[in-house]
Design a protein around this ligand. Structure first.
Ligand SMILES: *Cc1c(COP(=O)(O)O)cnc(C)c1O
Length: 371
């Protein structure tokens, strides 16, 4: 154990590799020397200019590519914190309800820490990539015959009455870890953006960014708070509608949530930042999904593309000021749920053309003329 600790120390002082959010931001997180650092190197994700989206909107658009985290979603930022704190508290097992990415992340960080992850997912409703991740990382995964909101109710119940530690975003450590994404944006832009757009499911991330930006403003690193814009899928838009949705439906499975856990916090964050919540149809989500992959070169899962769809909708309505700096968080990697890339906008399957082993014939299919 002590030699393990020494080698961790060596990494800390000798390597310039990104050290994960707990070490990078130790002085700005609720951890102490007694907190074990359970990390897979999360955070430090790229903030990428998106000229194609800037051109479409007249704004200066940047993409915070959270698919580049170790398990392919921003959930890792909160999970490193939640699992580290759980281990500090002596937990031997953690539990979460998940639309997929939380389970993938909890499973990876728990197994890295040598403890058990129990995950409850809605039966048949999570993307294959995410299901594979949780199982690959040795989680005890149960498919519940209900929706995400049912899973969360049961996970809360179990953690209140049995020796399992809840790591959903109702766990404040999750939001605390996730706020670090705002710190990274400020480091690159050297101020807060004018507008920051995120997909909204449980609204934990919307809340976390607001907290991160608020702390940056308080310590004088920025001159303003960004306006926080959050988007929900039209069939799953409780915050926009102002009431819970009992049977949420959308192809964006990561945000198919009818009763957001951080609803009140999100409304407070909206008020604080002069923010906005909007709803987007599945057709518009898929259109944006394609624009992002085909014009910008960034592949995300459908839920993440709602940030792009939201930007385009607001820009079309004339509500994005010319030249404004806008950051879009794209929350999860496209390889988690890739089936949507193989369909056209009207749902037809895309099958790549098959050709014989023949240069001349392939040149002809490609429309190439011999030089
Ligand atoms: C969890 C998740 C969301 C929603 O985040 P909340 O904090 O629940 O609002 C959006 N996109 C992806 C890919 C996610 O995994």
């Amino acid at each position: 154990m002590s030699s393990e600790r020494e080698s961790t120390q060596a990494v800390k002082t000798q390597s310039r590799q990104w050290r994960g959010v707990l070490r990078e931001y130790a002085d700005r997180l609720n951890i102490t020397d007694a907190t074990p650092i359970i990390t897979l190197g999360e955070g430090g994700t790229p903030l990428i200019p998106a000229p194609a989206l800037s051109k479409r909107t007249g704004a200066k658009v940047w993409i915070k590519y959270e698919g580049m985290n170790p398990t392919g979603s921003f959930k890792d930022r909160g999970m490193t914190m939640a699992i580290s704190k759980a281990v500090e508290d002596g937990a031997k097992a953690v539990i979460c309800a998940s639309t997929g990415n939380t389970s993938a992340s909890a499973a990876a960080y728990a197994t890295h820490a040598g403890i058990l992850a129990v995950v409850l997912v809605p039966e048949g409703k999570i993307a294959l990539g995410k299901l594979s991740q949780a199982i690959a990382h040795n989680a005890q995964l149960l498919q519940v015959q209900g929706n995400f909101d049912d899973c969360l109710d049961i996970a809360r119940d179990l953690s209140a009455n049995y020796p399992v530690h809840l790591v959903n975003s109702v766990n404040p450590d999750r939001i605390e870890g996730q706020k670090t994404a705002a710190f990274e944006v400020v480091e690159v832009l050297e101020d807060a953006p004018d507008i920051h757009i995120v997909p909204v499911g449980n609204a934990g991330n919307y809340t976390a960014y607001t907290r991160g930006y608020t702390e940056e403003l308080e310590r004088g690193a920025t001159t303003k708070l960004p306006r926080m814009f959050g988007f929900q899928a039209a069939g799953s838009a409780p915050i926009v509608l102002g009431h819970r949705v009992d049977h949420p439906e959308t192809i964006a499975s990561a945000i198919r949530i009818g009763n957001p856990a951080s609803w009140d916090l999100a409304l407070a964050a909206q008020k604080l930042t002069n923010g906005y919540f909007g709803a987007i149809s599945d057709a518009k989500i898929l259109e944006a999904y394609r624009i992002l992959s085909a014009e910008v070169g960034i592949f995300v899962e459908p839920a993440s593309a709602i940030s792009v769809a939201g930007l385009l909708e607001r820009a079309e309505a004339g509500l994005i000021p010319a030249g404004a700096t806008v950051v879009l968080t794209v929350t999860g990697h496209g390889l988690k749920d890739p089936q949507w890339a193989l369909r056209t906008a009207d749902g037809a399957e895309i099958t790549p053309t098959v050709v014989p082993v023949d240069t001349a014939e392939i040149a002809s299919v490609l429309g190439l003329v011999k030089k």
